[in-house]
Design a protein around this ligand. Structure first.
Ligand SMILES: *Cc1c(COP(=O)(O)O)cnc(C)c1O
Length: 218
């Protein structure tokens, strides 16, 4: 099988597994070259995750029929790219950034779907708000109707307990109690199977999908 055929086969398999669980796969293309992205789009992929706002912008301009999801930490001065080009923002963890993006979205546009990133394990190298602050943080976000909170997102470390993380986010979601909050976005290359089995509704898979295409550009 060629590299392209193998990539497409991996995408089909993970996408089908996600659909079997009523979940969505976001193909994390942050380290993948355009050629690999183009091959997946030809095969039918539409949801991609990017962590660098300029690359998200460039790819959204090039492939406007796809959905480009922001998944990384955001600097305030890059908020304009998210407001203009992102289909959703899955890593919201700062009110400052929320304000910038909301202001850029302005009036008269449909609200941008966002997920609040929770740092469940309290890891210093991860962004995200503390679990105990989640409900108050979501209440603060209500001041910006341009942002619609659709779920909670977390990253589980390799040695972490993915099922427990999904269960914890589901409880937090219940505490926040917003009807618009449908999604639990947990599951990466190392744990997407466990995340789906535990009830995640969206997974973000990069290296397990792109394999050797994933060049881990810093
Ligand atoms: C890079 C990244 C992923 C994908 O990670 P893989 O281990 O390559 O699947 C998922 N979520 C976030 C927030 C990321 O930054």
């Amino acid at each position: 099988m060629s590299d392209v055929a193998a990539l497409i086969a991996r995408w089909r398999e993970i996408d089908r597994l996600a659909r079997d669980h009523d979940a969505r796969l976001v193909a994390v293309s942050k380290y993948a070259p355009d050629a690999a992205v183009a091959a997946l789009i030809d095969a039918g992929a539409r949801d991609f995750g990017e962590s660098r706002p300029q690359q998200l912008r460039d790819r959204a301009r090039r492939w406007p029929h796809c959905r480009w999801h922001m998944i990384g930490p955001l600097q305030r001065n890059k908020g304009k790219y998210i407001a203009e080009y992102a289909a959703s923002w899955l890593s919201l963890a700062s009110l400052d950034c929320a304000r910038v993006v909301a202001r850029r979205l302005g009036e008269g546009r449909p609200p941008l779907p966002v997920m609040v990133q929770v740092n469940l394990a309290g890891l210093p190298q991860q962004s995200g708000i503390a679990a105990g602050e989640c409900a108050a943080f979501c209440r603060e976000l209500e001041q910006w109707p341009q942002l619609q909170v659709v779920g909670l997102m977390a990253m589980v470390p390799r040695d972490g307990d993915t099922a427990a993380a999904v269960a914890r986010l589901r409880r937090l979601k219940g505490e926040v109690g917003r009807e618009s909050m449908r999604h639990i976005c947990v599951g990466m290359s190392h744990d997407y199977r466990q995340a789906l089995a535990a009830g995640a509704t969206m997974i973000r898979v990069g290296s397990a999908l792109f394999g050797a295409w994933d060049v881990r550009r810093a």
